[in-house]
Design a binder for this molecule. Structure first.
Ligand code: AGV
Ligand code: CA
Length: 309
């Protein structure tokens, strides 16, 4: 029996790369993708999502449209990136998706897929967790159908990556977008594994990686992913950052968990300024698993191998 995966992403470049990575994994069946309008605008992001499914011959995978908008919006420059992606040579001539408003809403699709699944489902989230929390508030009995939740989120023993007004910099963006839902998810004490900045800080997008990827460009996936990665190297002036392989690392946890060091902790999420969205260790908090380290060389090699198709 293949492992069943339900993915929720938020349309950023590494989210789309993560979708591709899931589609390369043997013994896994992607049963649905929901898109959160966080680090993207929903229409172009659904178009990218559908085009990538077509490229992999998997256009039967059901899509769900996130209609809920979080509390703290992402910068618009980040959200606009999928427009560029849809115009790349390998994607521009693929048919557009059906009318995005004809899709089920994301929580509806999650409910539908979890209730009809014949075995427990792994949920991979590479954006905020609002869609999942909306689904579980509506159908709490479906918590029993979840095998594990793997979520790129949080920052525990390191700084966050949010730099904005009314904020002290301690939060990671996926949590900050909707601190209230994040706090709820943690409080459910489901089997939850977070891949936080503590470990994603070890995996920046490097020129060395891109240059190795370029040597295998005759593979369709290496060609496309090389172009996608190159788009991450632009910067917003004054917003200090490096692009990391945040979501790819979380996604690879599904395939190579033995390459990660993890720790069971008790933690909670702040929902108020000045640290809204901060994930913090707290002995009176809720139990969850966090990744603290990864075999970096193995991870890069793993991705290069998966892109050889
Ligand atoms: O905080 C990391 C999350 C990941 O899910 N996202 C990007 C990844 O998809 C938000 C984010 C933080 N810094 C960013 C982000 C940046 N410089 N550009 C775009 N998104
Ligand atoms: Ca993301």
């Amino acid at each position: 029996m293949p492992k069943l995966i339900l993915m929720d992403h938020d349309g950023a470049i590494d989210d789309l790369l993560s979708q591709l990575l899931v589609l390369t994994m043997p013994d896994t069946e992607l049963i649905g993708i929901t898109v959160t309008p966080a680090d993207c605008y929903i229409e172009p992001a659904l178009e990218s999502t559908y085009k990538l499914l077509q490229l992999m011959g998997q256009e039967q995978v059901a899509l769900g449209r996130g209609d809920y908008y979080g509390i703290n919006a992402f910068p618009n420059e980040w959200r606009a990136r999928p427009e560029i992606i849809n115009a790349l040579p390998m994607l521009i001539n693929l048919p557009k998706s059906p009318d995005p408003y004809a899709y089920l809403s994301a929580p509806e699709l999650i409910i539908d897929k979890l209730s009809s699944a014949t075995q427990n489902v792994t949920i991979l989230m590479t954006g905020p967790c609002s869609n999942l929390v909306l689904a579980l508030e509506k159908a709490p009995e479906l918590k029993a159908k979840i095998d594990e939740i793997v979520w790129m989120a949080g920052a525990f023993r390191t700084n966050g990556n949010v730099q904005t007004f009314q904020h002290d910099g301690s939060a990671e963006w996926n949590v900050f977008w909707d601190p209230i839902s994040s706090q709820k998810l943690v409080s459910y004490e489901l089997p939850l594994t977070l891949i936080p900045l503590d470990v994603t800080n070890h995996v920046p997008v490097t020129k060395k990686f891109l240059s190795t990827l370029a040597t295998q460009i005759d593979y369709k996936l290496s060609n496309l992913t090389g172009q996608l990665w190159a788009l991450t190297l632009d910067t917003i002036p004054s917003y200090h950052y490096t692009y990391f392989m945040w979501d790819l690392l979380a996604t690879s946890y599904l395939a190579i968990p033995e390459q990660f060091t993890t720790e069971i902790v008790k933690a909670n999420v702040s929902t108020r300024p000045p640290n809204a969205g901060q994930t913090y260790l707290d002995s009176t908090g809720y139990e969850l698993k966090i990744a603290t380290d990864v075999n970096v060389d193995y991870f890069y090699e793993y991705m290069l191998g998966q892109y050889k198709q």
